[in-house]
Design a protein around this ligand. Structure first.
Ligand code: CA
Length: 230
């Protein structure tokens, strides 16, 4: 069964072109003409990928991207942004907000299809975690729940380990505090557990990870990501 792609674009001609090309390649499609509809469809239909135009009426594409990435029901759905050349800074902001790729208009259908395929393939690989991972000086054994830095064991609490694992699992993508809170502490967390909990745990995690701590990057007013590149 082929994947479902959500097209978010207000220009009818572009929607038609995207819809035609996606279906020709065997994908199923969903269509939203504005950001609000896009969020509703993403939550209810759980598409495999979202093609998000930045120029939309009402809520713009960046705002929609931020909302999607901040909602735990949609945070992990991959997003490819459609941008115009003049939107250089929007493109950078979009990637920081967790978009997976971008395509600049005008684009050829063939180029876009190749990008979609690449992002979907990356997503599938991402779901598989090996038993042991080495990232620079960090070594994590997921089956034994053991962490070492420069071959020295690091004692992590269960929540700290979950936090580290969650950040690593998404390979460099930004996760919002709300997403981390929902996924590590659960939906039914007590009232006193505030978003600040995430920050506090990040702080102790950084302290324990010593030289590796610089890989945990703060995205201001939003959340955290784990840096892969050396
Ligand atoms: Ca548009």
């Amino acid at each position: 069964m082929k994947e479902t792609i959500l097209i978010v674009e207000d220009e009818k001609d572009i929607v038609k072109m995207l819809d035609y090309n996606l279906k020709k390649d065997g994908y199923k499609t969903l269509i939203a003409h504005d950001g609000e509809d896009a969020i509703d469809l993403a939550i209810t239909k759980q598409p495999d990928l979202i093609l998000l135009d930045l120029m939309l009426p009402g809520m713009d594409g960046l705002e929609a991207c931020k909302t999607l990435k901040g909602n735990s029901k949609t945070a992990l759905l991959p997003i490819i942004m459609l941008t115009a050349k003049s939107q250089e800074t929007d493109k950078i902001v979009g990637l920081e907000l967790g978009a997976d790729d971008y395509v600049t208009k005008p684009f050829s259908p063939r180029e876009l299809m190749a990008r979609i395929k690449a992002v979907l393939r990356r997503m599938k690989e991402k779901d598989k975690l090996p038993d042991v991972m080495k990232i620079g000086e960090l070594r994590i054994d997921f089956s034994k729940i053991a962490v070492t830095v420069k071959d020295k064991p690091v004692e992590l609490t269960a929540k700290e380990f979950e936090l580290l694992k969650t950040l690593i699992k998404v390979k460099g993508r930004v996760l919002s505090r709300d997403y981390l809170l929902d996924n590590i502490w659960g939906f039914n967390h007590a009232m006193e557990i505030q978003t600040r909990t995430v920050d506090v745990h990040i702080r102790t995690l950084r302290k324990k990870l010593k030289s590796v701590s610089k890989r945990i990057v703060t995205v201001k007013n939003y959340g955290y990501r784990f840096e892969y590149e050396d």
